[in-house]
Unconditional design. Structure first.
Length: 64
């Protein structure tokens, strides 16, 4: 069931992503940063997407 593993790792990457984004946004609120700046939000989102891709590929090597 290869597609099940793929689905599982995508879900895991998405959850990890959401947790990291939540932590980043929470810390930003605590530190009173302004997240209105599209550049900051954009870099956070792209960083999170990049992390997801790397994490997914790492999972693929762990569970072929």
């Amino acid at each position: 069931m290869k597609w099940m593993r793929t689905l599982e790792s995508v879900a895991l990457a998405a959850i990890t992503d959401a947790v990291i984004m939540g932590i980043v946004v929470g810390v930003a609120h605590i530190c009173d940063f302004r997240l209105d700046d599209t550049g900051v939000v954009g870099s956070l989102v792209f960083g999170a997407i990049g992390f997801s891709i790397i994490f997914y590929q790492w999972l693929s090597t762990k569970h072929p």
